[in-house]
Design a protein around this ligand. Sequence first.
Ligand SMILES: [Zn+2]
Length: 54
Amino acid sequence: MPTYEYRCEKCGKAFSLIMSIRERETAKIVCPYCGADDVTQLLSACITKTSRKS
Ligand SMILES: [Zn+2]
C-alpha cells in the first residue's frame, strides 16, 4: 500500500501514513502528535488530487 506523507499545520510536524486509496478517501486524517485535523498532504505519491487555492 502506498505511503502518504502529511504535515500538520498546527504543530508543523510531518508524519506518514500507510493506507489504501479507499481508506485515504474516507479516512479523516489527524495529526498523531497534537490531534489536529489541519493537515496538508505532501507531494510524495503520484495521486491526482484536486486541490485548489482560494
Ligand atoms: Zn500536529
